[in-house]
Write a protein that binds this ligand. Structure first.
Ligand code: ATP
Length: 305
């Protein structure tokens, strides 16, 4: 059996609308996912037992020491789930090469899980299972189906019920990563706490029409104005330095700026590739970021390379 390598993108949320807290502890979301050209690679090889190794991609400053290499690793969990569904032994070595920040709000763990599903399905010559991968992905986590699909999509429910969104052209992004991650449940918890303290009714989230129009038209300036993230106040409360990072990006000319998902990565939209290069260089010099990374979107989801 020859090894199979899958490349899988990070995401940024162009809209993250968080509804009221449900009785089951989750929130209804309107989640506009956008896949960007910052990729992890997952290679699946035959092995005597399930094993996972993690390394940083060249030039990527990612905290691989924070990624579990036991049964908690999302890629390994994905491989085990697929093996169980296929009735085969989960004997695979997964080699993860990470460029997506860890616990950075860019769904790196979900990306690795999606990559492992596709790589193992191919390694085990189980093409018949490919149509069922989105459903398996949703069992692992609500961001995993989008990592398979890629491009731009609205996720409803907990984010896992996906509908592709029409877009034109390419958008140019600059991401500022931060030292240390933010726990997604902690950020949701802080969001609930802030809302309760404000005492206002939480409106039901709806997809933003301005955002959909900007995406369809390929209008970066309109997109920049339409970016929203209901988790941003909570992420900034838990990590006050993000306020300065966002302000700095705007002062340096970003046409849109927001916290990516639950943070602490921040995302800045540029008007052109040249503008993105200038913005990235200027942001890098300020020292507000651990690392400044450029990426374009949308890009396809998990792909065998
Ligand atoms: P999201 O944007 O979906 O909220 P995130 O980007 O903030 O996620 P991840 O990088 O997906 O966060 O990781 C969150 C936690 O998941 C990590 O702290 C780590 O303990 C655990 N984890 C398990 N498997 C992986 C993996 N393959 N890569 C990264 N983290 C993993």
């Amino acid at each position: 059996m020859t090894p199979v390598t899958v490349r899988v993108p990070a995401k940024v949320n162009l809209q993250l609308g968080v509804g009221p807290l449900r009785d089951d502890g989750y929130h209804d979301l309107v989640n506009v996912f956008h896949a960007v050209s910052l990729f992890d690679e997952v290679t699946a090889l035959p092995a005597d037992e399930p094993v996972v190794t993690v390394e940083a991609a060249p030039d990527a400053q990612v905290a691989i020491e924070d990624v579990p290499v036991d049964g908690d690793n999302l890629a390994l969990r994905a491989a085990r789930l697929l093996a169980e569904r296929l009735g085969v032994e989960p004997n695979v070595e997964l080699r993860i090469r990470k460029a997506i920040p860890v616990a950075g709000g860019m769904a790196g763990g979900s990306a690795d899980a999606a990559g492992a599903l596709l790589a193992c399905a191919r390694l085990w010559k189980a093409d018949r299972i490919l149509p069922a991968l989105p459903e398996l992905a949703a069992e692992i986590g609500s961001d995993v189906p989008f990592a398979l699909l890629g491009d731009t999509a609205i996720g409803l429910g907990r984010g896992e019920r996906l509908t592709p969104v029409e877009t034109s052209g390419t958008f140019h992004w600059v991401f500022a990563t931060a030292d240390g991650g933010l726990s997604t449940p902690a950020v949701y918890g802080e969001c609930d706490r802030l809302r309760e303290a404000q005492g206002e009714d939480v409106p039901w989230p709806r997809p933003s029409e301005a955002l959909m129009k900007a995406l369809a038209a390929g209008d970066a300036h309109a997109l920049g104005a339409a970016l929203t993230n209901d988790l941003q106040p909570a992420a900034v409360m838990l990590r006050p330095s993000l306020r300065r990072t966002l302000d700095t990006g705007r002062e340096l000319g970003a046409i849109g700026a927001l916290v990516s998902g639950s943070g602490p990565t921040t995302a800045f939209l540029a008007a052109s590739p040249e503008h993105a290069a200038d913005l990235a260089a200027a942001l890098g010099q300020t020292g507000v970021a651990r690392q400044v990374v450029r990426a374009d979107g949308p890009v396809p989801g998990a792909t065998v390379v």
